[in-house]
Design a binder for this molecule. Sequence first.
Ligand SMILES: [Zn+2]
Length: 286
Amino acid sequence: MTQITPHEPPTDVAERRAAKPLVCYQVDQLPDSNLVLYQQARTTIKKVAEITVPPRDGACFEVPAGSFFRIISIEGPQVGDLNLWNAHDLSERFFSGKTRQLHATHVSTGDRLWSTLPGLRPMATITWDTLDWYGWDEDGGGVHDVIGTRCDPYTNYMLKGVDYHHCCHSNLTRALVAERNLPPGEAELHVHDVMNVFMCTGFTRDTHQYFMKASPVRPGDFIEFFAEIDLLGALSTCPGGDCGSSHSDDSTACYPLKVEIYEPVAESLQGWTSPERSAYSGTHGL
Ligand SMILES: [Zn+2]
């Protein structure tokens, strides 16, 4: 690859680099996450449905507003790629980039998954995470990232020159085709940047490249969400398995993931209302 020699730094390089970082958003101004209420409500939950996503595949599930859902590791360490939509309007979907800016590169209990503009409201709140002990490792890695996009057959073809049909992008597309009876070309356009459930990722310290390492998830671990609006979810069991070696091929051990839907006792959510879409006028100065 062609190497371009960097420019000579200016004489005040030290001063320019010494500017202090500012957290971009006043996140203490966000609406309350209702975590105390949800912690009480989750003590009353009863399982009402479950699905198992086979290895290297995808499946959809619906979660009514006010219910909980869990993504559970079973059989072996496995990463899951999660998409969420407003169940009644697929144009409102999970906004990975804004979620990252409002919370962090990796999310855990108390963080919310926000929807795309112009909705910009919490779609789901994380209420339990058995991997919350992981924190940040010595490589700067963490779990449950909102920085990766999803493995996809186009990037794979660009890099390897071969067709592979079980990337998360394709798994999510097939799941949506089956769930909503959409033409594949239309379903594919609804698939979006994911939350990488259980995946351990970060940026290398020297070159700031996206890295993955073997997930610390083990059977029995789960992450739990409260559905803030009526949700359609899709989960892909990534062909990377625990993402400790390769992905976008059939060479890695892969395992199923389970999704369980839970309903709390209705009284336990007294005072809670499903969030509305953003109240911004939407006129953009026009
Ligand atoms: Zn994947």
